[in-house]
Design a binder for this molecule. Structure first.
Ligand code: 16G
Ligand code: ZN
Length: 541
């Protein structure tokens, strides 16, 4: 009863916005920041309940709207593993976010707690929630609202981690629940130590004939990534020449900058110039630093780029890992996970390397879940979100080789490299900072320029379009979004149009983050890809 009255009282101070229906999509809740107070308050309650449900494990709450505009914000829950909130709690998140008044909200909560056997009121179990936010101006007050929600649940405490990247918060949740050291300092230590380790393990002979690969210039989207990358830069100065741009208050968050902009528009971000930066290795982070892409400026005077996207990052990682495994000469289950957006040329390249490539629907929760099924699971979306996961079983096997002189120096070193990759790469979620360091380490290892890397394969021309429709939920897809199930007849029409083009491939899917249906087409020439996308867009309308 005490719990009930606390919930009623506090929630009356956070009335929901009128006339908007919110839904916990692939990226959590996202909307204009001005209407999110009640949502984050309520998700604070949910996070505390989730902690109680999981026996007091630490849960994460991140306040961010990633690459979206600065006036937006959002909230996302991290489960005890550091991964995304379990999907079977998403309907509960939706229903409490949309409860019209305190009474109905409290009823939803108590009913759910009963159904899930969550000990409310007088619970002996304690609950812990880690809170983090990106640099958005609305973040501070939203974090406070989330904090209030958490504190409504008897026995729950919130710990404010302040301004952090999304992957940092997920990393901290995971580390705490494993009983490991989990502060931001430990995060930076782990990244910089494992990067150093990879550099120290570069074979002498490739060190001799490799050219200095020059500086890396990073566009930080005017977001949280800049100040964090600065810390790594100071730690790694001797091994990595970094130049940081679009960081802090130099411009507006995500406006004409950042990984999403660069990847979608295929142009250089603001602050990069076609006269001084041509040919230089550049990278872009997104607003909360969980995605990144590379690029180079192509010619003088304009902002055209050669894009090195998530597919190519994935291919570089897969190649390096494959090389180390072949030194170890042992059959290890490697799985590469892509979505239908992966350029067909990347899939072909990976297959030709002899790797097993599987597809999932769009969204990190699907890719991550699939990648966890392998000894080494490598996943990336073309947009630059991804990581490399290692099974415990494989890690202990690698540890054994590392510590066994009879394995021989070559094998020991290969095992050490893979262990360093496992330490460097965020095991909870895609992380632009750790991904960037792995790219840099591998390029140094290979002695490769960014152009050499980009030559691994040539992208097939592609085109993406979005189509406004009356009801996007009318489009239902199957087979990892590669074919349409409903409405009837649509897939047959798409198949017929696609068949007209050599190397043609096309799919449509309802967006999870915008009120549109997306169309993706690939073909042998750009004109044909455009034509195919256009013609399919017409029949979707
Ligand atoms: C979300 C997803 C991202 C995906 C994008 C697709 C997470 C954390 N993020 O941002 O992985 O690429 O949605 O958006 O899962 P769309 O459904 O609008 O195409
Ligand atoms: Zn992001």
């Amino acid at each position: 009863e005490e719990q009930r009255s606390i919930l009623l009282q506090s929630s009356s101070r956070f009335p929901p916005p009128k006339g908007t229906k919110l839904s916990y999509g692939t990226a959590g809740f996202r909307a204009d920041a001005s209407i999110l107070q009640s949502t984050v308050f309520r998700i604070g309650i949910l996070a505390a309940l989730r902690s109680l449900k999981t026996g007091g494990a630490v849960i994460g709450l991140m306040i961010t709207a990633s690459h979206n505009k600065v006036s937006d914000n959002g909230i996302k829950v991290a489960d005890p593993s550091g991964g995304m909130l379990t999907q079977d709690w998403e309907p509960f998140a939706d229903s409490i976010a949309n409860a019209p008044d305190p009474e109905s909200l409290v009823k939803l909560i108590t009913d759910f707690a009963k159904k899930e056997n969550i000990p409310l009121d007088g619970a002996k179990a304690a609950a812990t929630v880690l809170l983090g936010r990106d640099t958005r101006p609305s973040g501070e007050s939203l974090l406070e609202a989330a904090n209030k929600g958490i504190c409504c649940v008897v026995g729950a405490v919130a710990i404010d981690m302040g301004i952090v990247t999304t992957p940092e918060l997920h990393w901290m949740v995971r580390a705490r629940n494993k009983g490991l050291k989990a502060t931001e300092l430990h995060y930076f230590d782990q990244l910089s130590t494992s990067f150093r380790c990879l550099i120290d393990l570069i074979p002498e002979k490739s060190r001799d004939n490799h050219h200095p690969i020059g500086k890396l210039v990073v566009d930080c989207s005017n977001g949280v990534g800049g100040e964090k990358l600065q810390v790594l830069k100071e730690k790694l100065n001797a091994f990595l020449h970094l130049e940081i741009r679009n960081s802090g208050n130099s411009g507006i968050l995500n406006e004409g900058v950042g990984a999403d902009y660069v990847q979608k528009e295929k142009v250089a971000p603001q602050g990069f110039f076609g006269h001084s930066d041509v040919g230089i290795r550049c990278a872009s982070l997104d607003g909360d630093a969980d995605r990144f892409v590379y690029f180079t400026l192509t010619s003088n005077g304009d902002n055209k780029i050669n894009l090195v996207d998530g597919d190519k990052i994935l291919s570089l990682f897969a190649l390096f890992i494959k090389q180390q495994l072949s030194i170890l000469n042992e059959d290890v289950g490697v799985g590469v996970v892509q979505t239908a957006y992966a350029n067909g040329a990347s899939t072909k390249y990976l297959n030709d390397l002899g790797l097993k490539v599987v597809f999932t629907p769009t969204g990190v929760k699907y890719l991550h879940g699939k990648a966890e099924e392998y000894d080494i699971g490598i996943y990336f979306e073309a947009n630059g979100h991804g990581t490399v996961l290692f099974s415990d079983h494989l890690l202990s096997w690698l540890d054994g080789i590392k510590n066994e002189p009879c394995s021989g120096l070559e094998k020991q070193n290969a095992a050490k490299r893979l262990l360093a990759v496992a330490n460097l790469m965020n095991q909870a979620v895609g992380d632009a900072l750790s991904g960037l360091l792995l790219v840099e380490a591998i390029l140094q290892h290979m002695g490769w320029s960014v152009d050499k890397w980009n030559e691994l394969y040539h992208d097939l021309p592609s085109r993406q379009l979005k189509v406004k429709v009356a009801d996007r939920s009318a489009v239902v897809t199957t087979n990892a979004e590669t074919s349409v199930e409903k409405p009837p007849g649509l897939q047959e029409a798409i198949t017929a149009l696609t068949a007209k083009y050599p190397q043609g491939r096309c799919f449509v899917r309802p967006s999870g983050t915008e009120d549109v249906v997306r169309v993706y087409a690939e073909a042998k020439t750009q004109e044909e890809a455009d034509e195919l996308a256009d013609s399919v867009a017409k029949i979707v309308q």
